[in-house]
Design a protein around this ligand. Structure first.
Ligand code: JD8
Length: 240
């Protein structure tokens, strides 16, 4: 998968992209991430990327020309290439959206700043608009990193053989069960007996019940969508 990211702050991506799973995926050639500074696509002496909003108001708006030129210069000649703008007005990002995007061989992500980008970028350039949640960020960069990380771990070969992205909680539609490691007793707090029992069927059953219980307590709305068996539904209704 090839990902092109257009931003005014390419330095922001250094640390997350040179660490852990993402770094390994890049090093192994499973994904290439190409950062492009929008400022490099200006032609005036001052490399102007923003301007005052028509109609007045606070702050600055990103001009359309450098963004159009940047996209046109990085976009491959053929193939379906989503041009995605990170924006508070986008469709909500989710595990399902990450799965959908991970199927493309090429993607372009555009990160805005200031008061946002000229509306003609939204209406005549972008093919998809994504928001990572209902809170205010200062620009699209952190959102782009979230989208890239969630997508890349779904690519074949990125996770080791032990971990499967299909086991992840939001794929199953439930929250994760509690995890413990050594010591078996820490400050008087013991690890649940069943986990020390060596009975793998019992452990699997306990973990699954814990996942359902937690989801019911913390994110009950997830249970409406979760794919549960008849027995699991009965357990949920009993606990309710
Ligand atoms: C892109 C500029 C800041 C947006 C004034 C301060 C995504 N989930 C999300 N929250 N916020 C963003 C986001 C914020 C952005 C830009 C994404 C570009 N800003 C502006 C308009 C109002 N603020 C986001 N994805």
């Amino acid at each position: 998968m090839r990902i092109d990211i257009l931003t005014l702050f390419p330095e922001m991506f250094q640390s997350p992209f040179s660490t852990s799973i993402l770094k390994r995926a890049i090093d192994r050639g499973l994904v290439s991430v190409n950062l492009h500074n929008i400022r490099d696509y200006t032609h005036d002496k001052h490399h102007t990327v923003d301007d005052y909003p028509y109609g007045g108001g606070a702050g600055m708006v990103l001009k359309p020309e450098p963004i159009f030129e940047a996209v046109e210069s990085v976009k491959p000649e053929s193939g379906e290439v989503p041009i995605i703008l990170l924006s508070p007005q986008g469709r909500p990002f989710s595990q399902q959206v990450a799965q959908e995007l991970s199927k493309y061989s090429c993607l372009i992500l555009i990160c805005g700043r200031y008061e946002g980008v000229d509306e003609r970028v939204h209406s005549h350039l972008v093919t998809d608009e994504i928001s990572i949640g209902d809170y205010v960020l200062s620009g699209g960069e952190l959102a782009a990193m979230v989208v890239v990380e969630a997508m890349v771990r779904l690519l074949p070969g990125v996770l080791g053989s032990e971990a499967s992205p299909l086991d992840d909680s939001h794929v199953a539609g439930l929250l994760e069960y509690p995890q413990y490691t050594r010591p078996a007793v820490f400050r008087d707090w013991s690890v649940p007996e069943v986990l020390l029992s060596g009975n793998h069927a019992q452990i699997a059953k306990w973990r699954h019940e814990q996942a359902i219980l937690r989801t019911l307590e913390r994110r009950p709305e997830l249970l409406d969508k979760a794919e549960l068996s008849k027995e699991e539904r009965q357990l949920v209704n009993k606990l309710k």
